[in-house]
Design a protein around this ligand. Structure first.
Ligand code: AMP
Ligand code: GLY
Length: 422
């Protein structure tokens, strides 16, 4: 088969890497791809937003299946666009992707169907938002309603921080339209966990759990990022709790989407907080998470293409989905200054020195006259598998220091949370 993967991050590199292992795959294309993906697939420079260009390419090349990585094209209706032209594509419709595209929609859905989440209010008017946070006090969480590349959430530990977040989103418009409406939420305390699931209408097949690290610095300090590292499994969250989450949260969410006439078909990302009153939903995404995918796919024993084909043929309930016992730890190497302003074009050295059993998924890299250089905030994801989280963590940190570029920074404490409860 000929496959097209849409996107250009570490998640898409992991998807291309995993799909390429399927004996059914003959050729993989990636649009637009990046410097690392170019080493295992044919990258085509068509933007992920150019639906006509992508569909034309699929027709011209005789591509059998398109797999979508990022949220923007999903929210803008790429699945509807392809399906209306009879082209096979994997991902939720625009209507279903709203579960990620609007925090207000997601919160209202949870309220209506009794799915546990933080208390909240939505605001269009910044003065009302300000008086609400003054009444509630800190800590409190301010979220831009729309998409803001994982950076539209401010966990405010003081009233001043909350006020500044409201003013910058609603008055100064730092996220454009995405911040003209905000959701203000009760602060939840506890451990976070990500549960990705294959979802087809009411059918839910959960993957193995993982844990992301959103804040930029060690000890969860500093502003939130798209994610600085991940690990899987999550040993302190036991199987019975995962089952409870699937039964009481993920399945009711899938059913709610069916009842709302927005049946979901694709990957549902449920971000959870394990509070002392039980697990609560922090957010949904309508796609694979990044960096979570960089630890989940290396643990998937089964052929991902077989699962996707079965899913698209209505056989998700019965397809075999097998996982490896191995643990995986991924550390993200970021550009100096990220998640704020950062430079690009820094030469990346040392990749050839890294042990071959380490997986390096590229995010913000490109080939510039044959040299690999940085081109984004999150640059590389370095993943190791091991028989334990400790082993995988040691391996990652032993190898990651061999890779260098000017200004690089990464967290030194990824996966430490796994040892906190031992
Ligand atoms: P989100 O984009 O909604 O996942 O939020 C980004 C991050 O902010 C989450 O991964 C949490 O670390 C944090 N966060 C979001 N909502 C809350 C909440 N209600 N209480 C505490 N932390 C939160
Ligand atoms: N790791 C968070 C996300 O993919 O949105």
């Amino acid at each position: 088969m000929k496959i097209l993967v849409i996107g250009q991050g570490g998640r898409e590199h992991a998807l291309v890497w995993k799909l390429a292992q399927s004996p059914k795959v003959k050729t993989i294309f990636c649009a637009p791809g990046n410097g690392g993906i170019a080493q295992m697939a044919t990258c085509v420079s068509i933007s992920e937003e150019d639906f006509s260009g992508l569909a034309q390419f699929v027709k011209d090349e005789g591509i059998d299946l398109t797999v979508v990585g990022p949220e923007n094209p999903l929210l803008n209706g790429i699945v509807n666009f392809f399906e209306s032209r009879g082209l096979a594509i994997y991902g939720p419709s625009q209507q279903a992707a709203l579960i990620e595209g609007s925090k207000e929609f997601a919160k209202d859905l949870m309220k209506k169907y009794g799915i546990p989440t933080a208390e909240y209010e939505s605001f269009n008017n910044y003065e009302l938002a300000l008086s609400y946070v003054r009444e509630k006090g800190a800590p409190i969480v301010v979220k831009a309603d729309g998409l803001a590349a994982g950076k539209g959430v401010v966990v405010a530990h003081s009233l001043q921080e909350a006020e500044e977040a409201i003013i910058s989103m609603m008055k100064d418009g730092i996220f454009g339209d995405a911040g003209s409406k905000v959701v203000i939420e009760e602060y939840l305390e506890g451990e976070e966990m990500t549960l990705l699931s294959f979802v087809d209408g009411e059918i839910v097949r959960p993957m193995v759990p993982s844990q992301d690290h959103k804040p930029v610095f060690d000890g969860d300090k500093g502003p939130n990022t798209g994610g600085m590292g991940a690990y899987s499994p999550v040993p302190h969250i036991d199987e019975s709790l995962i089952e409870e989450i699937v039964e009481n949260i993920v399945k009711p969410t899938a059913k709610a989407m069916v009842l709302e006439n927005r049946p979901f078909r694709g990957i549902l990302y449920t971000g959870l907080m394990m509070t002392k009153n039980g697990p609560k939903v922090i957010e949904y995404n309508a796609r694979f998470g990044d960096p979570e995918t960089q630890v989940i796919l290396p643990r998937l024993e089964s052929d991902l293409l077989d699962i996707i084909i079965a899913h698209l043929q209505g056989e998700l309930a019965s397809v075999e989905i097998k996982w490896k016992e191995d643990a995986a730890v991924c550390v993200i190497m970021a550009s100096g200054g990220y998640p704020g302003k950062y430079g690009k074009g820094k030469v990346i050295d040392g990749l050839n020195e890294v042990s071959p059993d380490i997986l390096i998924f590229h995010a913000g890299t490109k080939l510039d006259l044959g040299k690999l250089v940085t081109s984004g905030g999150r640059v590389l994801g370095v993943t190791a598998l091991g028989s334990s989280i400790q082993g995988a963590k040691e391996k990652v940190y032993e190898e990651i220091c061999k890779v260098t570029f000017e200004g690089v920074h990464y967290r030194k404490d990824i996966a430490n949370k796994a040892f906190k409860y031992q």
